[in-house]
Design a protein around this ligand. Structure first.
Ligand code: C2E
Ligand code: CA
Ligand code: CA
Ligand code: CA
Length: 280
């Protein structure tokens, strides 16, 4: 009888984790351990000039090297961290570490590169976010103008009034705002007028089937046109082939990011890429 009670309790307990599978729950437990053990690290993917292929900046992408599971994808662990709040800790660490790394990249390359950092919805809405940003800037000694913060349309739409305030404060620090995965959200274009946005990142979904897909071509052209009229920069994400590169470059897309011009890489590999003679 005692055993049955135990089981019943277990059943009552489970629905709390409605949205997480059992696998996710064990992953969640492992994440707290991983923070303590320093298993999270950062990789950097080059963002290049589509015409010259010179590296203009990097996007910071988080990695988790689990001792037995191996590399766990951020597509898997970021949503869990977003649910349990660990993203605030991880995100603050990533922003600061990325700024310190940027300083080192700039010194190695002897030119003003920029760093693009993903900011999750929960991190963006956290009371401490601006303090975290200020701390990262002052600790690293980078200039705010060399920082790009990537947020999604969804992040802006949760509470547009609050978003407007935060974006204004970011602009005071001269950090730029990029809309990540542009075109995949459900929001209207009105926010492009309302918020001080500098960069649109065209989602890989619109690049993948280029140049064959006429529809994707039409969408990319429309985004480039819109960006031109609003004086925004465009980064094409997920460029994997020379044909995609040529397509976007021919249509005036200034920046590309993708496996063709560089996968996410460890900092020392990035420094080697930066100091190769043809980038100088
Ligand atoms: P994202 O911000 O859209 O990042 C771009 C993703 O596309 C990265 O996946 C990158 O490795 C991948 N990618 C880049 N070029 C190519 C390409 O040519 N082909 C293909 N197939 N993929 C390409 P990754 O690193 O697995 O990250 C997945 C997502 O996890 C990111 O999507 C972002 O939403 C999230 N994420 C990663 N790091 C962080 C972080 O530090 N903070 C937050 N909040 N989210 C992060
Ligand atoms: Ca991103
Ligand atoms: Ca993206
Ligand atoms: Ca994406």
């Amino acid at each position: 009888r005692a055993k049955q009670t135990g089981k019943a309790r277990c059943v009552v307990y489970n629905p709390r984790h409605d949205s997480l599978s059992e696998h996710d729950i064990s992953l969640e437990a492992a994440m707290f351990q991983a923070v303590r053990d320093g298993e999270f690290m950062l990789h950097y993917q080059p963002i290049v000039d589509a015409r010259t292929r010179a590296i203009e900046g990097f996007e910071t992408l988080m990695r988790w090297k689990h001792p037995t599971l191996g590399m766990v994808s951020p597509a898997k662990f970021i949503p869990i961290a977003e649910t349990n709040g660990l993203i605030n800790l991880l995100g603050a660490w990533a922003l600061k570490a990325a700024c310190v790394q940027l300083k080192q990249f700039q010194e190695a390359a002897k030119r003003p590169l920029y760093m693009s950092v993903n900011i999750s919805p929960r991190q963006f809405r956290n009371d401490k976010f601006l303090d975290v940003l200020d701390d990262a800037i002052s600790y690293s000694g980078v200039s705010g103008e060399h920082l790009v913060l990537e947020i999604t349309e969804g992040t802006l739409m949760i509470d547009p009034t609050h978003a407007e305030t935060i974006l204004g404060k970011m602009a005071e620090r001269r950090a730029r705002i990029a809309i990540d995965d542009f075109g995949t959200g459900y929001s209207s274009l009105a926010y492009l007028k309302r918020f001080p946005i500098s960069v649109l990142k065209i989602d890989r979904a619109f690049i993948r089937d280029l140049p064959a897909s006429q529809k994707d071509g039409a969408i990319c052209n429309a985004v480039l046109d819109l960006a031109r009229h609003l004086s925004l920069s465009v980064v094409a994400e997920g460029v994997e082939t020379e044909e995609q590169m040529a397509y976007m470059n021919d249509r005036g897309c200034r920046y590309v990011q993708g496996y063709l011009t560089g996968k996410p890489m460890a900092a020392n590999v990035a420094i080697a890429a930066l100091t190769e003679s043809h980038y100088a």
